[in-house]
Every structure is written in structure tokens, then in C-alpha cells.
Ligand binder design. Structure first.
Ligand code: SF4
Length: 315
């Protein structure tokens, strides 16, 4: 059997005593979307840097079709940089305002392949059309566009090298209601057309629910719940996921129509609570086992994993 497109195995990144990422694992198949959700400080940014090979893990691996990306150099690394692209949250800060849109979009293609300028510009015209802009827009500067249009330009720039994976870092958080929906729909259409896989990093559960096939909920550097998105959103198991969902999404039976208020703040990664990292904030905390023993990420329903003693049947 062919190894998955992207596989993350026990991925950890430590900065001295700080465990920014602490043993996360998941895989991503072709044409699928995995959403990574959690509050700030949960390790999302560190995970993105490792996925884009902008940093190296302390422990663990990122593999593409079974090959560890840490070993990529020269041509392999160039190919990887072309195959894995990113779209970031604020198109205003990630787009250079002094460069014409044409050159901005062509840049990743010209950096990572040997195409001529003319070939690159031809490809620019195509991706501009694909993201719902006009060829004439190629001559303009990024600051001449609205927020939604700038995000379309950022998507075009990620798309031009026909990547296998696009890491979407809060791609619609800076946008308002209807524009947000348009960009999410555009991403879904492009996914079908180009057969791309997405790693969607979001704090917004609505976006994750709409876009994702699988979801990984992170807390303080660890995955606390993982599964098929539909199942996780319909029947969240981990108390942290329940609290996040009760605050962000319409109530469902397990939430008893009442918002669960998360106590306190996310702990500092320098001083993580012992046992279950979430225990000082957990509304279901039930004693010593929570405070002293770290729960493993285990299957609680078919293909649905949670790291919680309560979900594992401890009492
Ligand atoms: Fe809450 Fe205990 Fe489960 Fe942690 S292990 S989430 S403290 S019930």
C-alpha cells in the first residue's frame, strides 16, 4: 500500500524546557482536509513551521509519501517547497504591496521550478481566472484590492505551482461574513478541481466544521481529540472539545443547551500542569488520576480518539 501523502509521527518541538509541540501524530490523504483547532498557545504555529520545513523537530518526523522531509536537500527540497504551499491569515501583511500581482503570484513558481517568465505569466492568467479574478488584475498592486480579493491573490500564488498540500493558516479569520463564505467555497471548489489536500489551522470551529474531513483538537502542544470531523462535531468526547464547541457552535444534546465556561487561561508552556494538562480548567475533573497521570490518546469510538481518563472509563 502506498504511504499517505503526508504523515506526522510523534512530532515534537522543544525550546529548552518549553514543549511547544509534544508528540502529535496524524496523516493526510490526497484531496482531504485535516483541521487543527485550538486556542492560541496550543502549538499550531509550531506545527505549521515544521510542516513547511521551516524548522526541524526535536523528536519525530514529517513524512511525504513515506520519505522523511528532514532528509530533503537540493532538488528534493525544492520539489517539496513547490508541493507544499501556504496561505496565511492576513493577506495584507503576507502580500508585498510594492510588487505587481503578476510577479507576486508567479514568485513561488519561478523560485521552485525552471519555467521562463513568459510561461510563468501564462500560468498566472490561468490561476487568476481559477480564483475568480480577471487577467487584467495581474497589472495591479496588492493594495488596490479588497480583503477578500487579496486572499484570492494569496490563494492564486499558492496554487500556481500545482501543490499537493496547502497549509491554510486561519485563511478566513480576517474576513467578514459573506466574503468569508465565498473564500471557503472557493477553497472547496479548488480542492476538487486541483485534487489538493489542505491542513487547515483555525481557532474558529465553524470554519473547521465546514471545511474538514478530519479534525485534531490541540491543547498545550498535544492532540486531545482526533477523528472524522462529522463525528467529532456531532459527538465530542473530550471535555476541552465540549467546552470549545459549546462556546462556538449551536447547542446539541451532549451540551445540554448550556455554554460551558472554560475556567482560567491556557497554562504557560513553561509550566504545564502535571497529569492531564487540561485538569485545572476541566469541568469534569474527578480526582488524583487527572492531576497526576497524563491520559493517552486512545480510541474511544471507532476511529475517534480522545486523551481523557473519563473517556477511557476511569471513575
Ligand atoms: Fe478532565 Fe480528567 Fe479528562 Fe483531563 S483526564 S480532561 S482533567 S476528566
Amino acid at each position: 500500500m502506498r504511504p499517505p501523502l503526508l504523515e506526522v509521527k510523534n512530532l515534537s518541538r522543544y525550546f529548552g524546557r518549553v514543549k511547544a509541540l509534544d508528540g502529535i501524530s496524524f496523516s493526510l490523504e490526497e484531496g482531504q482536509t485535516l483541521a487543527i483547532v485550538g486556542e492560541s498557545g496550543c502549538g499550531k504555529t509550531t506545527a505549521i513551521r515544521l510542516l513547511l520545513a521551516l524548522d526541524r523537530p526535536t523528536v519525530g518526523h514529517v513524512e511525504m509519501h513515506g520519505r522523511d522531509i528532514a532528509g530533503f536537500k537540493g532538488k528534493d527540497l525544492r520539489k517539496f517547497r513547490s508541493d507544499v504551499q501556504a496561505v496565511f491569515q492576513d493577506p495584507w501583511s503576507s502580500l508585498n504591496p510594492r510588487i505587481r500581482v503578476r510577479d507576486l503570484i508567479a514568485e513561488p513558481l519561478r523560485m521552485n521550478s525552471d519555467v521562463t517568465k513568459a510561461e510563468a505569466y501564462k500560468a498566472v492568467d490561468k490561476v487568476l481566472r481559477d480564483v475568480g479574478l480577471l487577467e487584467a488584475h495581474a497589472q495591479s498592486f496588492a493594495h488596490e484590492f479588497s480583503g477578500g480579493q487579496r486572499q484570492r491573490i494569496a490563494i492564486a500564488s499558492a496554487l500556481i505551482s500545482k501543490p499537493k498540500v496547502i497549509v491554510l493558516d486561519e485563511p478566513v479569520s480576517a474576513l467578514d461574513g459573506s466574503v468569508r463564505a465565498q473564500i471557503m467555497n472557493l477553497l472547496k471548489d479548488l480542492q476538487l478541481e486541483y485534487g489538493i489536500s489542505f491542513v487547515l489551522v483555525a481557532h474558529d470551529l465553524g470554519t473547521a466544521k465546514y471545511m474538514a474531513d478530519h479534525v485534531a483538537v490541540m491543547y498545550l502542544g498535544r492532540v486531545v481529540e482526533y477523528g472524522v470531523a462529522q463525528q467529532v462535531f456531532a459527538a465530542p468526547q473530550h471535555p476541552y472539545t465540549l467546552a470549545l464547541m459549546s462556546a462556538a457552535l449551536p447547542a446539541h444534546p451532549r451540551l445540554q443547551k448550556k455554554e460551558i465556561i472554560l475556567r482560567g487561561e491556557v497554562a504557560s508552556p513553561i509550566d504545564v500542569p502535571p497529569g492531564c494538562h487540561f485538569h485545572p480548567r476541566c469541568q469534569s475533573f474527578f480526582g488524583d488520576i487527572c492531576a497526576t497521570q497524563p491520559p493517552e490518546l486512545l480510541e474511544v469510538l471507532q476511529g475517534h480518539l480522545a486523551a481523557c481518563h473519563l473517556c477511557h472509563g476511569a471513575t
